[in-house]
Design a protein. Structure first.
Length: 143
């Protein structure tokens, strides 16, 4: 369950980061030449902080969750970001986008049992992250 929580926290942090970064970019849009002025916005700084927190959760989850499975789970950001943009930034979401979001939700529902199954399989393994030594073949020379 820990891995699922870490992946969910990652998704929430990335979603929050995108909302704050958008707010920071819009706040400084009249000043920015290449977006550098956005760094003066506290919203941008908060967004960067959320990205860092999400990165930490991501790396912790990758210790035990296979990358292919974990990465597929991050598609939930394709659901959370449009919904959050609609709620907090009052952006319009088209019917096509809502349909796409619903398809992603179906995919996530199919992935959650795989993540839980992976975690159950790992419960029987030792908690150590150290790799076992690999035996090195010794060459036999004839004299």
């Amino acid at each position: 369950m820990r891995n699922l929580v870490l992946l969910i926290l990652n998704m929430l942090c990335v979603t929050a980061a995108e909302i704050f970064l958008t707010m920071g970019a819009k706040e400084t849009a009249h000043v920015a030449i290449f977006g550098v002025a956005a760094m003066q916005s506290m919203m941008t700084v908060v967004g960067i902080g959320f990205h860092i927190a999400g990165f930490v959760c991501w790396v912790m989850a990758l210790r035990t969750v296979p990358l292919g499975l974990a990465y597929n789970f991050t598609c939930a950001n394709q659901v959370l970001v449009p919904i959050s943009a609609w709620l907090f930034l009052h952006e319009r979401v088209s019917v096509q986008k809502w349909f796409g979001v619903s398809l992603v939700v179906v995919g996530i529902v199919l992935l959650v049992p795989l993540i839980v199954e992976t975690e159950v399989q790992l419960e029987g393994e030792p908690a150590s992250v150290e790799a076992e030594p690999v035996p090195v073949p010794v060459a036999v020379t004839a004299e």
